[in-house]
Design a protein around this ligand. Structure first.
Ligand code: NAD
Length: 461
């Protein structure tokens, strides 16, 4: 399979397109890995190896960040300063958990000693999308390894390079054979084969909601454990009493960070009618200053869309916003950084969006913001929740009571108050409603990579 740099449209690499036999080989390797030195290692030793993944990743951060940028189009400043360190932090965090995953003793009736063991699930297939290829892999691989599983990692076809780099790092730090396997290929073949394979015990998936539903159906055949992190259409609510300068920054970061190709992107701005005109004017002015640039230039803050297909999707949604009567106040066109090449698009803001418009209902997964007005708090909450998704939400206000009231009412796995798009490995992340189930990062992730065994001992003398 050819890998294309979306900022130059050049083919930069080709990788293997795996078939069914390769999937069988990966599963056999991963199963053998469970029975090999990995399965016999102490939890602390396992943690130490996971921690070495973090260290080695940071030693190679420049190289890996460059790969992330050239196959995804995101600015090198984001890859080098945010994504790669966050991936390393994730390995470091879960390394610390390895020897702290414990069972319990249970006071049962009768004369028994009853205790639980928390055991690895077995072979985990980690299937990840193209927007944060390394970070989303780390969110799965790190807890899976820390809990003693073996992993088969399948990156998206467009962005396989950093998963391969992670595989090399695993070899360099001495992870035993079969513990982390990387397999490249199309979702419809390799991904599907992994989900159906009887030798795989768990699927951890991040991607599109439609794909997530298909995976759930396929996994039912073998009753695999699954966790799904899916799409979003997250609301960012600005109340009239908010610090409007902070809210402006937060709304812009919320939708334009990562070119809007962020599952939690604040793609719906809900703004109080009382401040709408002023806020939209300022937001439009700010957005017009955000100019796409060469992703490899350290000064660039806005890169290229990830692929030609994604560019076409974004432009199609912009077109639908225009046709359905929204007011375009910034952007709206394909952009050129002076090279005549690359899948660049202008950051785009639509005002006067109504809840039934396509751009307010469907996940665009690009730098397009739909601004919707509301008259009072309850209308804001109702509009915010009027979506099948429930991944994240933001609220901007100086009123502490209103802030917490709204946080409780919002149907979302993450709520940000007076901030947006902040993450930490110690805090859980995942969806409500059709944004999926299961939680990544934090102690909550451990339950998704372990299973509990009750052991009963008769103590009658
Ligand atoms: P996608 O569903 O098309 O692909 C994701 C991965 O699944 C890829 O590796 C792909 O090859 C594989 N795949 C595709 N079809 C498959 C099948 N039938 N069986 C098994 N695997 C299959 O998604 P995408 O376009 O790569 O990513 C964008 C989506 O990901 C967006 O909807 C976005 O919101 C979502 N996302 C969610 C989160 C989150 O944490 N909730 C994070 C990032 C992205």
């Amino acid at each position: 399979m050819e890998v294309v740099n979306p900022a130059t449209e050049e083919v930069i690499a080709s990788v293997a397109s795996a078939g069914a036999a390769d999937v069988d080989a990966a599963v056999a390797a991963a199963r053998a890995g469970l029975d090999g030195p990995w399965g016999k290692m102490s939890a602390r030793e396992r943690g130490r190896l996971v921690s070495r993944l973090a260290d080695r990743l940071m030693e190679k951060a420049d190289e890996v960040a460059r790969l992330e940028t050239i196959h995804n189009g995101k600015p090198i400043s984001e890859s080098r300063n945010i994504e790669i360190p966050a991936a390393a932090e994730c390995f470091e965090y879960f390394a610390g958990w390895a020897d702290k995953v414990m069972g319990e003793t249970i006071p049962v009736k009768g004369n028994h000693l009853t205790y639980t063991l928390r055991e690895p699930i077995g072979v985990v297939a980690a299937i990840v999308p193209w927007n944060f290829p390394l970070l989303l892999a780390a969110w799965k691989v790190a807890p899976a390894l820390a809990c003693g599983n073996t992993v088969i990692l399948k990156p998206a076809s467009q962005t396989p390079l950093t998963a391969i780099a992670l595989g090399e790092i695993a070899i360099e730090v001495g992870l035993p054979p079969g513990v982390l396997n990387v397999i490249t290929g199309a979702g419809s073949t390799v991904g599907q084969a992994l989900v159906e394979h009887p030798g795989i015990d768990k699927v951890a998936f991040t991607g599109d909601t439609t794909t997530g539903k298909a995976i759930m159906r396929s996994a039912a055949e073998t009753l695999k454990t699954i966790t799904l992190e899916l799409g979003g259409k997250s609301p960012n609510i600005v109340l009239a009493d908010a610090d409007l300068d902070a809210a402006l920054r937060g709304v812009a970061v919320g939708i334009f960070y990562g070119k809007g190709e962020v599952c939690a992107a604040g793609s719906r701005l809900l703004v109080d009618r009382a401040i709408k005109d002023e806020f939209i004017d300022k937001l439009a002015a700010r957005t017009k200053k955000m100019v796409p640039g060469d992703p490899l230039d350290p000064k660039t803050r806005f890169g290229s869309v990830s692929s030609k297909k994604q560019l076409e999707t974004v432009l199609r949604y912009i077109d639908s916003g225009r046709k359905e009567g929204a007011t375009l106040v910034a952007g709206g066109e394909r952009a050129d950084i002076g090279t005549g090449k690359g899948y660049f698009v202008q950051p785009t803001v639509f005002a006067d969006v109504t809840p039934e418009m396509t751009i307010s209902r469907e996940e665009i997964f690009g730098p397009v913001l739909a601004a919707i007005e509301f008259a009072d708090l309850d209308e804001a909450i109702a509009k915010a929740n009027d979506t099948p998704y429930g991944l994240a939400a933001g609220v901007w206000t100086r009123d502490i009571k209103k802030a917490h009231y709204v946080a409780r009412k919002l149907q979302a796995g993450t709520v940000w108050i007076n901030t947006y798009n902040v993450y930490d490995t110690a805090a859980p992340f995942g969806g409500y409603k059709q944004s999926g189930f299961g939680r990544e990062m934090s102690a909550h992730a451990l339950q998704h990579y372990t299973q509990v065994k009750s052991v009963w001992v008769d103590l009658n003398m």
